[in-house]
Design a binder for this molecule. Sequence first.
Ligand code: GLY
Length: 567
Amino acid sequence: MKRFNTLTLITGLLASLIITCTAQAKPATANDGVIATVHPLATQAGIDAFKRGGNAIDAAVAAALTLGVVDSHNSGIGGGCFALIHLADGTILALDGREMAPAKATRDMFIRNGKADPTLSQTGALAIGIPGSLAVYDYALNHGGKLTLKDLISPAADIAEQGFIIDPTFASRLAGVADKLAQFPDSAALMLDETGKPHPVGHLHKQPDLAKTYRAIATDGINHYYNGPFALAVQNWMSENNGLVTAEDFANYTVKLREPVISNYRGYKIIGFSPPSSGGVHVAQILNILEHFDLANMDPATRAHVTAEAMKLAFADRAHWLGDPDFADVPRGLADADYANKLAQRIDLNKTITVETHSTPPGADTNLFSRHTTHIAAADSQGNWVAITATLNTSYGSKVLIPGTGVFMNNQMDDFSAQPGTPNYFGLLGAEANSVQPGKRPLSSMSPTIVLKDSQPILTLGAAGGPTIITQVVQTIINHIDLGMTLPDAVSAPRFHHQWRPNHVTVEQAVDPAIIDALKQQGHEIQTRSSMGITQAIGITSDSNLIGVHDPRARNGAAAGYERPNE
Ligand code: GLY
């Protein structure tokens, strides 16, 4: 068996938090460094890292640690991430910090009276997997950064201690889950006032316990988290709350080095993240299918139809084949160009096709991948290009804040397939390949991606938004490469999404009504959302500057550039 080496939407919810996209992205250009995130304080932390002599890896890690303070509904050290990094010497690092199921996890742990119970996989003790973000940030710094974890986590601890003013995005995300946070006394004490109301816009939000945890990590390194007081605090809470996670699970957590998925698209090299991300495989698969169509010269309605059909075919395969490659046989053939050719031939330009089930790629038995979210894009003039997508899964993850630590824990166990045929929070179906097993990592849609031309990076991008992450990345690439849009326009352009089941095309309100009518005539069912997903990207301008773009759908997002002072 040939395997990749293993070396060691939120659409509904996001739609209420982000603006309908008629706005244009505000890009930042600079020679020496650029960073784009969903929060100005995180972007500023990245710029401060550049100012202190750091590179794009330092800037991205500084931003990620700051997001854990100011954007704690989306990500934090209680969650997981994938980091895809192009180092200045051309080496690609694909760092898997996805959560891991605890050793005591079992296949049917979420089934009650014969049915999967989503409250168990989404809220509380059983929803929590062993987090990997902090381990990845540490690994990335040790293998490509110039600054230390202490240098980068200490300013974030200062913000946690001194507080920051709650903005409308934060307040709205908090209000959306206040009733669930109220079930957990420590979460309620931090996030709700004495009458049980969520903190409003304008409140100065201080997190003294998180500041203490960050400072302890600054002093003792990640051992504090994986082999010390933090792991013990989780174990204590778990034993009082019928949880499964132990301190030993934390000690056993490792960053896995994955072999990236590399494919070619119209003369560009697309570098994606391999399983347990489904992103790299299916971004490659969708683009491979679309390469058989002259998208640039198609009318927009046919282009939308063909792209939606390609998405549908890919997501049907995702539901069947994808899982953690260390446990499930994930065929490499899914990203194969000949396989994509066969799928492309099934697409009818005039009407939608019925896709009852997955297809079977070549080598399905033998040629295998061995095996509410945020995206950070950073790049520098030395050639370090970074794409980190990090998540707690849904807002505030499991809603559990481990007492005394200030850290919210993920609910990534919901990304396993709790029961074949039962959709997860995002409506995604899964099969045995993504069933729960001890030590296994749940399937993800996170799709950090880097694009090369003539071996040089020209684009780093990724997104938040559950399964729409994959289709956002595809559309930004098509908009930029096929349609020649500038990067700000490529990110801002109205989006659509198809994930096979449910069998409809989800379109943003801003999609041209003529395209929607044409899709309906071709037999597509249409669902409309005000807004879908949040993408961050960095590219290169025609005069060879770096250009960073945050998605205008995120009210707060910020891209910023850094110029080294003249010596
Ligand atoms: N938790 C969302 C994802 O990883 O796809």
